[in-house]
Design a protein around this ligand. Structure first.
Ligand SMILES: [Zn+2]
Length: 81
């Protein structure tokens, strides 16, 4: 009879979502590229300036809240490319 080796308990989903800060990595007159500073996440979004809108290039950690680094736009409502 085997004993031990039970399944490791899975952490339930953290009730408090992590907050990741996004910084502007590149900018053109029309668009800004924001990347998440959390290396395990790696979310990238393109923020349109001439045509307002957010497009997620890399979805990253979908459960985390993403905020702009300088009181910029919230990154909650994005379009997945
Ligand atoms: Zn992130």
């Amino acid at each position: 009879m085997k004993s031990g080796g039970g399944r490791p308990p899975r952490d339930p989903v953290d009730p408090e979502p992590a907050v990741h800060e996004m910084v502007c990595e590149a900018e053109t007159p029309d668009e800004m590229l924001f990347v998440c500073t959390d290396s395990a996440c790696g979310r990238k979004v393109v923020l349109g300036k001439s045509v307002p809108g957010l497009t997620a290039v890399v979805r990253g950690d979908f459960s985390a809240r993403h905020i702009g680094s300088h009181g910029g736009p919230a990154f909650g409502d994005v379009t997945i490319a």
